[in-house]
Design a protein around this ligand. Structure first.
Ligand SMILES: [Zn+2]
Length: 373
């Protein structure tokens, strides 16, 4: 971009206004941006405390706030200049390492004895093995138990293997139940993310009749977008981010630091297929999260077309239109595992997400990692 404006999310309105007209049109089809300034009058007695936390009293007296809404999906985020301008530094936690290692010997360390198998058996990967989830949230619900105990220790080959193993499990599950075709892969890392077992593991389900509500909502939103504008939503979403310098490409995978993140540092990966490029890209993004952005607890979700269509087999009983729907991976930071306060509250559940991390800084970190790999 040819502008002297600060690449700061709080100035998104000005950055958009400086974009080429064609890019602005695409951006405007998807996003609505509203900027305001919050003001306050602190008593003298608060001066020291404010300076300690925010650098100066002036910085908090007037705060620039931007509300971004994705008009297609109705996801929304609120950014405050004060929070967004804080540097994002990786900080090591020796306590966490200790907690993780003190859990060695948990049931997932010996999966054959500590976990149930599915009725159709287990899938053995190169660095993992599947188990049947004890308390299922869907009829077909499995776990990829990593050979590696520490969930923050992973290589490119291991991440690739976890995805391959989950897919192999899904094919097996689909052979058992042909009606089950909606594949979903998730990875909750450490308790802040909702993981109940500390040992590294991912999960996958194969659902029947209709994909999960949020995936189906995205499919319907993208379809409506194509019907209205005649173009693919995901292509435009990427173009809107690219015009702002929030994207990067890794082989066939398109990566973006999302403008309406569900919570901190959310990154989207978009690919036509669940191919090697995507698997490698997932690894690189996770690596940059852990190594460069100090992330310790995260969620990863993978959206996929119904299973039969992904296999290029005829879809016999899926009525809905999945054409143009890519594989979408979403990765989000869930905050410091040592912090007792939950990272989401009523705002995130019922209104819009309050975000402290600037997507521009996230994009920078990703770029550094992907260039250095
Ligand atoms: Zn373990």
């Amino acid at each position: 971009m040819t502008t002297d404006l600060p690449t700061n999310i709080a100035y998104l309105d000005k950055l958009v206004a400086a974009m080429p007209t064609a890019a602005q049109a695409i951006f405007g089809r998807i996003f609505h941006v509203s900027t305001t300034v919050g003001q306050l009058d602190p008593p003298e007695t608060m001066r020291q405390w404010i300076e300690g936390y925010f650098g100066s009293v002036e910085a908090v007296k007037s705060q620039r706030i931007v509300k971004i809404t994705n008009l297609v999906t109705m996801e929304g985020s609120l950014f405050n200049e004060l929070r967004a301008s804080r540097p994002m530094e990786a900080k090591a936690s020796s306590d966490l390492e200790e907690t993780i290692m003190s859990n060695l010997g948990d049931p997932f360390c010996k999966p054959l004895e500590g976990t149930p198998a599915d009725t159709f058996g287990r899938v053995r990967g190169k660095h993992s093995i599947t188990a049947s989830n004890v308390a299922k949230y869907d009829g077909l619900h499995g776990v990829v138990v990593f050979d590696e105990h520490n969930p923050l220790v992973f290589s490119s080959g291991e991440v690739s293997d976890y995805l391959d193993t989950a897919l192999a499990w899904a094919r097996k599950a689909h052979d058992v139940d042909r009606e089950a075709r909606y594949f979903f892969f998730l990875w909750n890392c450490l308790w802040k993310s909702g993981a109940s077992i500390l040992h590294g593991h991912a999960q996958m389900t194969l659902s029947r009749d209709l994909h999960y509500a949020k995936v189906e909502h995205l499919r319907r939103s993208a379809l409506r977008y194509r019907e209205t504008h005649g173009v693919n939503y995901f292509d435009d979403l990427y173009a809107a981010h690219k015009a702002l310098g929030l994207t990067l490409e890794s082989g066939n995978t398109r990566i973006l630091a999302y403008l309406t993140p569900i919570k901190e540092k959310e990154v989207l990966l978009i690919s036509e297929e669940l191919d090697q490029d995507l698997k490698d890209s997932i690894y690189k993004v996770l690596r940059s999260f852990v190594e460069r952005l100090g992330v310790q607890s995260f969620n990863l979700a993978l959206y996929h077309k119904p299973f039969d269509s992904a296999q290029d087999r005829p879809i016999t009983d899926v009525e809905e239109d999945w054409s143009g729907f890519p594989v979408v991976v979403r990765i989000v930071d869930r905050g410091d595992p040592n912090n007792k306060t939950a990272d989401i509250g009523a705002m995130e559940l019922y209104a819009a997400s309050v975000i402290a991390s600037d997507p521009f800084r996230v994009a920078e970190a990703l770029r550094e990692e992907l260039i250095s790999v």
